[in-house]
Design a protein around this ligand. Structure first.
Ligand code: SAM
Length: 220
């Protein structure tokens, strides 16, 4: 159950993450103080995993959909080279404000641009002239397919697209569940079955965020 999984993740953290991390601790504190739902941010271990993928792929331009308080944004932006850039899309002005402050405090303000508004509208404004290398989708799951289609338009060949929360305690595979988030992921999966423009896999995870997982896609 969740308690054991949390304990197992904390055990990993004790070996794989630094004991203190001022910028991330401050980001979490400000997210809580701002009344934002801190529990829906990625875990530290997941954040570092995303950070390592950015480094491994040598990504220079990152797009994030769903900023919240900028916790995952900090992990992602930290992996960028000196001339790297990150654009993150957030619906709620209050979330964006907290995120901007957190990014500033983390010394990443100059690399990161927080765009406020419905992500789909913001995506439509972005041109593919300067392609992204890496996209992290973590917003309203109902819109997963639309976000995926836009992300695919905006990444170059070899570009990586990751979508969080695609297992949802196994509910995505359970026909008894028909809530819009679950249906949103199913719609995306159906589209991927026929899609020849990406290669995709998924990795299920258990930890402090419960039983969930990432979809991982590469544009071919
Ligand atoms: N990626 C963040 C992290 O791990 O630290 C967590 C993001 S949280 C799961 C989802 C965010 O998406 C929330 O801040 C929410 O306000 C935002 N969101 C919801 N609907 C949105 C939309 N239509 N456009 C843009 N952002 C949206």
């Amino acid at each position: 159950g969740l308690e054991d999984w949390t304990q197992a993740e904390m055990y990993m953290n004790s070996f794989l993450l630094p004991e203190t991390d001022d910028a991330l601790e401050m980001a979490t504190k400000k997210t809580v103080e701002g009344g934002l739902p801190v529990e829906i941010a990625v875990s530290a271990l997941q954040g570092k995993f995303l950070n390592l993928i950015v480094k491994t792929t040598g990504s220079k331009r990152i797009l994030e959909i769903g900023t919240l308080g900028g916790y995952s944004t900090i992990w992602l932006a930290r992996a960028l080279p000196e001339d790297g850039e990150l654009v993150t899309l957030e619906l709620e002005p209050t979330h964006a404000k907290v995120a901007r402050q957190n990014l500033e405090y983390a010394g990443l303000g100059n690399k990161c641009k927080v765009i406020v508004g419905p992500a789909y509208d913001s995506l439509k404004q972005l041109g593919s002239d300067e392609p992204f290398d890496f996209v992290f989708i973590d917003a309203d799951k109902q819109s997963s397919l639309q976000y995926y289609i836009e992300a695919k338009r905006l990444v170059g060949r070899g570009g990586v697209i990751i979508i969080d929360n695609v297992f949802r305690y196994g509910n995505v595979a359970d026909p008894d569940y028909t809530d819009p988030k679950v249906e949103g992921i199913r719609k995306l999966l159906k589209a991927l079955k026929e899609d020849r423009e990406v290669e995709a896999s998924a990795i299920g995870t258990v930890g402090e965020k419960g039983y969930d997982g990432f979809l991982y896609m590469v544009k071919v």
